[in-house]
Structure formats: structure tokens, C-alpha cells
Design a protein around this ligand. Structure first.
Ligand SMILES: [Zn+2]
Length: 175
């Protein structure tokens, strides 16, 4: 279960502490304070701006719950100016089969977004990358375009859908 909370990290949060609040995204303006998220099919996003950085773990629930625009908003409260984003390896529509209910949860909260559904070989897929990119651009963030591998297709990455019991990719960022 993923929440859509955003943690604004300070030095007090440093270290591995079980009392840390649950969050799907972290932002910080502290220099030399690494922030990290773990994924294995969900969309990892890193955000950079002049005075702050952010990392996001965006699954379908997070996307529907607007974790991306919430994180961008938190970053803006810490830093002025341009924000740039990069989207990391995540499961592609080639392998992300979902039910109509999953897509509906995104459509319901983002009625003006382009429909992120794709039909491949007669089955319904959710293009998580397209939805994440749209949310970033809609929030005024510049997204670096690079080809993002599918974690299921590319065996260099862990994939929850491919292996069930698997590891996680870490996205670690600091300023
Ligand atoms: Zn794939």
C-alpha cells in the first residue's frame, strides 16, 4: 500500500529510523543529505532545482493520488526557479496489464489528462511513464527526455511483476 505523502527532510531525519513518517516522496533543501526511494516496477522520479532536490516513488495509486504534483509543490516551497525531472526505469505498457478500475482511479482524479491506457494484444495496459510525464509537465516541470527501459523486459533491473520476490532499485539524490 502506497500513500501520497511527501516528507520534507531535514537533518533530524538522517539515518535509518523506524519512526520516520511513511512517504512516497521526499524533498530536501539540506546540502549533503542524501534522500532515497526504492522501486521495482513503479516509476522513480528525481527532481532538481536551484536550492532543493526531490525523489518520488510513483505507482498507480501514487499517480492517482497526485504524488507528483504534491512533490513539485513541496519543492517549490523550498526553492525558486526552474525544476527539471528525470524519469527512471519502470514497468512499460508492454508488461503492465491492469484492470479498468486501476485506470479509472487515475482518470477520476485527472479528468484533463490524456488517457494513459493502451491496448496491446487485446489486453488493457497502463502507461505509467506517460501519466508521470504528463503530471510533471502539467506542473510546469521540464522533463529530460531519455529512453526509459521497462524493468520487466530488461533483466538488469528488478521487477516485481516478473519475479514476485525480488530486490529493489534505489534512487539516491543529494545536493
Ligand atoms: Zn516490458
Amino acid at each position: 500500500m502506497h500513500a501520497s505523502g511527501v516528507l520534507v527532510a531535514t537533518r533530524e531525519h538522517a539515518g535509518f529510523d523506524s519512526s520516520l513518517p511513511k512517504a512516497d516522496a521526499i524533498v530536501t533543501s539540506e546540502p549533503d543529505l542524501p534522500i532515497a526511494i526504492f522501486t521495482a516496477d513503479c516509476v522513480p522520479v528525481c527532481l532538481t532545482s536551484r536550492d532543493a532536490v526531490g525523489v518520488i516513488h510513483a505507482g498507480w495509486r501514487g499517480l492517482a493520488g497526485s504524488v507528483i504534483p504534491r512533490t513539485v509543490e513541496s519543492l517549490r516551497s523550498l526553492s525558486e526557479g526552474r525544476i527539471t525531472a528525470q524519469i527512471g526505469p519502470c514497468i512499460g505498457p508492454c508488461h503492465y496489464e491492469v484492470g479498468e478500475d486501476v485506470l479509472d482511479s487515475f482518470r477520476a482524479t485527472h479528468p484533463s489528462a490524456p488517457d494513459p491506457s493502451v491496448v496491446i494484444e487485446g489486453s488493457l495496459r497502463f502507461d505509467l511513464r506517460a501519466a508521470a510525464r504528463w503530471q510533471l509537465e502539467d506542473a510546469g516541470v521540464e522533463v529530460s527526455s531519455s529512453k526509459v527501459p521497462c524493468t520487466f523486459c530488461d533483466h538488469r533491473y528488478f521487477s516485481h511483476r516478473r519475479e514476485e520476490a525480488t530486490g529493489r532499485q534505489a534512487l539516491i539524490l543529494w545536493r
